[in-house]
Design a protein around this ligand. Sequence first.
Ligand code: PGA
Length: 251
Amino acid sequence: MNIIIADHYDNLCEVSADIVKKCVRTQESAVLGLATGSTPIGLYKKLILDYQSGDVDFSNVTTFNLDEYVGLSRSHPESYNKFMNDHFFQHVNIHPDNIHIPQGDHPKLEAECKQYEDLIRYAGGIDLQILGIGSNGHIGFNEPGSDPEARTRVVRLSESTIEANARFFGDTALVPRLAISMGIKTIMEFSKHIVLLANGEEKADAIQQMAEGPVTPDMPASILQTHHNVTVIVDKKAGQKLKNQSLYRTS
Ligand code: PGA
């Protein structure tokens, strides 16, 4: 696990955007795994600016998002479909046919999960997977206790995630209780390179345990210690509880 402690959030976004651009430029038709949440918004902003200045071309890129709430239509203001359109897709030249986000209002959710998994496999896996991390250590919506062998499936959100996401819905009662999420096995097996981003002190405990604690389903992100190609990029606040600071690169 390669850990980079960025000076501040802008710096984290620049470093992660450079990794994405390198992947898109060097792969003939790159497959990106994308994440929602407040953390990657600055990364997407940077990529949009770089696209507008002609620095990167997404025309041959395929994307797969990690997750989506069950029961929300694609146009629901809090759906991850809408989030991705607003924050990234509508501003760059990724072909709409190449964009994949689980369909949370699909009438047959199990079939949708299986098809999603198959689509990633047919695409040849994911060249670069962007991840955020929950304060509880979740990746995607793989909450503490998730089976490390799990594939894309319907999951139940933990109480802490429901609370954390209530800020977007205005009321805890309005947060969907279920989601479709790529499984831990999906992420681990299909991703050739994983970049996990975290900023802010509310992520500091999760980052320390993820990187330096035991590998356990109680801290789902800790399994990344066993992946062959992981880059963690944190700002100083999210990295402040890492014990072996001297081992980590700064930028
Ligand atoms: P955040 O969410 O970027 O909004 O903190 C991250 C996550 O829950 O994975």
